[in-house]
Design a protein around this ligand. Structure first.
Ligand SMILES: Cc1ncc(COP(=O)(O)O)c(C=O)c1O
Length: 481
């Protein structure tokens, strides 16, 4: 077969089309506020517009970009819009996007140190930087017995923590023999659902994940946790793991880490701390009181892909005892053996998570940290918190509305006093209107609206407009409460 025939994009074509894609992204950023934030398409509409069959012959690249504009954009919910106030943020930034692009350009698969030393060493370095940047304990540093690794998501981090805790508690026997149904893990009724999934996947079993009652602020009650552990021990079960949360998904509740850590310490349980969204706030020393007790955690994670301007996916996961994690997840087939691994002088991150292959994710994190500097990151996080606090103040001062939970950082849970139906109507109308997007939760049985401030370009005018639009849609309910 002739080598001359090729369907590949040449470097020159790549350069030309690459410039066009970057231009497209920059233009998209400039006009993002002109789109309805929540996609308005109906189920099946996007597929109906796509050709039934794949192309037999390749098409010009320009046609692809045109179809992104015409066929794809209508089905995009604009997560990067400054008017996106739904869920938790999943923000991005210029340096993050470019770092990710470089990672694709290098096309590195960093499963072993030897498959790209820079991929491993930059990751270790950036993870060590973050320990200091977030005020985390030194035991998470690679120079101690612990260390950090980048995972795809907080769900994977929770699963790895649970597995390492399981193995430590059973002296690494359950990896071989399976679980005996006696291991018990603890979270709260407000813990993210990923813990339930982790309990299912790990063989602990969802019924053996106890969901501990919370207090009036929706934070785990350490006294109830301690009692439940005692009861389980008396019943001949083996408590082994607790997950505490800094900033729950539903309401941003803050679990009392120090008190929970004390219970874990007493009973020798693995303590995993999930700070998926709110961990980013710890860049600012004034918020670090929310992680008091973190020095007693066995593992910790946060998502730079939520609030730290690092595009999805990027989760930072640390353990205090890397041996426990590695011993839990390490398998070494012959085809992966190499001198560097045998020397013991390198980290092979394949042993630190579920999958084997791994992207060069630390590049985007490195770019973000170097572009903003600690000062820039702190500036924008403080701005988001300030905007949310301003919004909470407006809610407090409007007799028709009430705050539904404390607002310690950048999430405000609130509702109209006219009841669930009114709040549902207000939210549906706002989201259909397209000029902002917010979502709901249920707190103490009542439908509650959530305004989450964390998009990269959200400024005062966006939050002011959100409050204006919320009050407009609430007008007809003014006297109903
Ligand atoms: C507190 C908390 N933990 C875990 C998760 C799961 O995150 P991921 O999508 O990274 O698995 C979330 C997502 O919002 C979260 O808020």
């Amino acid at each position: 077969m002739s080598d001359e025939k090729s369907f590949h994009m040449t470097p020159d074509e790549f350069r030309r089309h690459g410039h066009a894609v970057i231009d497209w992204i920059a233009d998209y950023q400039a006009r993002i506020e002109s789109f309805p934030v929540l996609s308005q398409v109906k189920p099946g509409e996007i597929r109906a517009a796509l050709p039934v069959n794949p192309p037999a012959q390749g098409e010009p690249f320009d046609a692809l970009l045109k179809d992104v504009e015409k066929l794809i954009l209508p089905g995009v919910t604009h997560w990067q819009s400054p008017n996106f106030f739904a869920y938790f943020p999943c923000n991005a930034s210029g340096p993050g996007i470019l770092g990710d692009l470089l990672s694709s350009g290098l096309g590195v698969q960093g499963m072993l140190w030897s498959t790209s030393p820079a991929c491993t060493e930059l990751e270790t370095h950036v993870m060590d930087w973050l320990v200091d940047m977030l005020g985390l304990p030194k035991k998470f540093m690679s120079s101690s017995a612990g260390g950090g690794v980048i995972q795809d998501t907080a769900s994977s981090a929770a699963l790895c923590a649970l597995l390492a805790g399981r193995e430590r508690a059973t002296n690494y026997v359950s990896n071989k023999k399976g679980c005996d149904g006696r291991l018990v893990a603890y979270a709260s009724t407000q813990t993210h659902s990923s813990l339930q999934k982790a309990a299912m996947i790990s063989g602990i079993g969802a019924d053996n994940l106890r969901l501990i009652e919370v207090d009036q602020n929706l934070a785990t009650r350490p006294d109830v946790l301690a009692k439940q552990i005692d009861a389980d021990r008396r019943a001949g079960l083996t408590p082994f793991f607790v997950c505490a949360t800094i900033g729950t998904t539903s309401s941003n509740a803050m679990d009392p880490i120090a008190a929970i850590a004390e219970v874990c310490h007493q009973h020798k349980l693995w303590l995993h701390v999930d700070a998926a969204m709110s961990g980013t706030a710890m860049l600012c020393p004034e918020f670090r009181h929310l992680q008091n007790g973190i020095e007693l955690a066995d593992s910790y994670n946060f998502n730079p892909h939520k609030w730290m301007f690092t595009n999805f996916d990027c989760n930072c996961f640390w353990v205090a005892d890397r041996k426990a994690l590695i011993q839990t997840l390490s398998i070494l087939p012959e085809y992966l053996r190499n001198q560097a691994t045998e020397s013991g002088a390198v980290i092979d991150y394949r042993d630190w998570h579920i999958q084997l292959g791994r992207r060069f994710r630390s590049l985007k994190l490195w770019f973000v940290i170097r572009h903003y500097g600690i000062e820039g990151l702190q500036h924008h996080i403080r701005q988001h918190v300030q905007l949310a606090q301003q919004f909470a103040e407006w809610v407090r001062n409007d007799a028709r509305f009430e705050l539904a939970a404390p607002a310690p950082l950048n999430l405000v849970c609130f509702r109209h006093k006219a009841g669930d139906a009114a709040n549902q109507t207000i939210m549906d109308r706002l989201n259909r209107g397209g000029d902002l997007f917010l979502t709901h939760t249920k707190l103490n049985g009542k439908l509650t609206l959530r305004l989450s401030v964390g998009q990269t370009h959200t400024q005062a005018r966006h939050v002011e407009n959100a409050w204006k639009r919320i009050r407009e849609e609430a007008r007809e309910f003014a006297t109903a409460g």
